[in-house]
Ligand binder design. Structure first.
Ligand SMILES: Cc1ncc(COP(=O)(O)O)c(C=O)c1O
Length: 425
């Protein structure tokens, strides 16, 4: 099955002058630290990304110069904080090409954004026997909230299976759509296999079957240009910490009419217009969904990260990571043919490579690599059902970001040679 990689709203893996990852890396102070006396080789960006000086400065600047609660203080620094916070919303809207800045709801992360949709839109919409279609490659964040919802409402979950190469079985998807599901929810880029899913095509098919679509963009926004209008989805969620921003920042984008019809998620201050002892009126969107004091510092870092990535150019980021993944797959195959690599070819994946070294537990692999200052992830990467489908307990995962270089991959290959030497071939 062919999967188009030049999808509308995703962007082709080419675009202008290549990025200079060495110059970019110099802007990330963490790479000046050493681990076990060696330079840090960070290959766990799919878990969380490192932060550039521009983001650290933005967060620090907020605390040092205008730390105040947002939307409250009628004084200079309070107004400055509110302005900066709302300017982030505009940056994020531009980053994903949202048509209306008020359609961007700040959340703590992708997980909270998915729960927001499940608890509000989901509780109101899903009834007995209603189906929600997910995929076998979902992160637990895009699975467990839907499990809770259908358990409560007596609905059904259905799953698009994957092929052995890690592509979605769109032929089975068509069959599942005949069940007339209320929602289709899937990841744009798999955090374990790296697969870039054909979002637009899947959204069109879902809409033709009468379903709404939620896209988990947690692994997409850091790596590929995202245009929510071109993707055509109804809900789009992502976390800041994987896209160079601080943890505690993230967003839900949804069409205005959906957000307006949805009841609030959390209740308290900020999300109200008027409160009486026995009833309240909700604030306008997006603030209706932003109860309580927000993490303004994280949000300000989120805006700085989006501006940083937009200045680099997301088409160039994609081209850089495409080069890295192609190099990683070719080099690992050539230098360590005994490894098992999972997932589709480079043209169809983001900057993630999961693999196993025969007869060596992934935790042992990660521990030995750590001795060389190399950080990879070992485990199920919050995709236990996907590992079950592949009949695996765990995998090793190396993942990239804008500051990753071919030298990192060469260091990984050298480290893996050592793993093979220690454990015997
Ligand atoms: C595809 C995908 N979705 C959702 C999440 C959850 O992100 P967070 O823990 O930031 O909410 C992750 C995190 O790894 C992910 O990779």
């Amino acid at each position: 099955m062919a999967i188009a990689t030049e999808q509308p709203g995703v962007g082709a893996p080419h675009g202008g002058t290549p990025l200079d990852p060495h110059a970019i890396r110099a802007e990330f102070p963490i790479f000046r630290t050493t681990v076990h006396g060696r330079p840090l080789i960070y290959l766990d960006s799919a878990s969380t990304s490192q932060k550039p000086q521009a983001v650290l400065d933005a967060v620090n600047g907020y605390y040092r110069e205008y730390n105040a609660n947002v939307h409250r203080g009628i004084y200079e620094i309070g107004e400055r904080a509110t302005e900066a916070y709302e300017a982030v919303r505009a940056s994020i809207a531009r980053f994903i090409n949202a048509p209306d800045v008020h359609e961007v709801v700040f959340t703590r992360n992708a997980t909270e954004a998915i729960n927001l949709v499940a608890y509000t839109w989901g509780r109101r919409t899903i009834g007995q026997s209603d189906a929600i279609v997910l995929t076998e490659m979902e992160h637990h964040a895009n699975l467990v909230p839907w499990q809770l919802l259908v358990q409560e409402k007596d609905g059904d979950l259905e799953f698009i299976p994957i092929t052995d190469e890690g592509r979605l079985r769109l032929d089975v998807y068509d069959v599942l759509l005949r069940l007339r599901p209320r929602l289709v929810a899937f990841t744009q880029v798999s955090n374990t296999l790296g697969t870039i899913n054909p979002v637009r095509e899947m959204v069109d098919r879902a809409h033709a079957a009468g379903a709404l679509v939620l896209i988990d963009g947690a692994q997409a926004v850091p790596h590929v240009p995202v245009d929510v209008q071109a993707l055509g989805a109804d809900f789009y969620v992502f976390s800041g910490h994987k896209m160079l921003a601080p943890p505690g920042s993230g967003a839900l984008w949804a069409r205005r009419e959906l957000l307006e019809a949805m009841p609030p998620f959390m209740a308290g201050g900020e999300m109200i217009r008027e409160v009486h002892l026995r009833r309240s009126e909700w604030n306008a969107i997006p603030w209706k969904f932003e109860a309580g004091t927000p993490d303004a510092a994280a949000a300000i870092g989120f805006g700085a990260a989006a501006e940083y990535l937009m200045a680099l150019g997301m088409d160039r980021v994609r081209a850089h990571e495409h080069d890295l993944i192609a190099y990683a797959l070719d080099t690992l195959r050539a230098e360590l043919p005994q490894l098992t690599l999972y997932g589709p070819p480079a043209a169809e994946r983001g900057g993630v490579v999961s693999f196993n070294v025969p007869n060596v537990h992934p935790h042992d692999v990660a521990q030995i690599l750590d001795r060389f200052g190399i950080a990879i992830r070992a485990g199920h990467h919050c995709t236990m059902p996907l590992h079950e489908r592949l009949d695996l307990a765990a995998t090793c995962r190396a993942s990239f970001n804008v500051y990753s270089t071919r030298d990192d991959i060469d260091a990984l290959v050298d480290g893996l040679r050592e793993v093979v030497r220690i454990f015997g071939d």
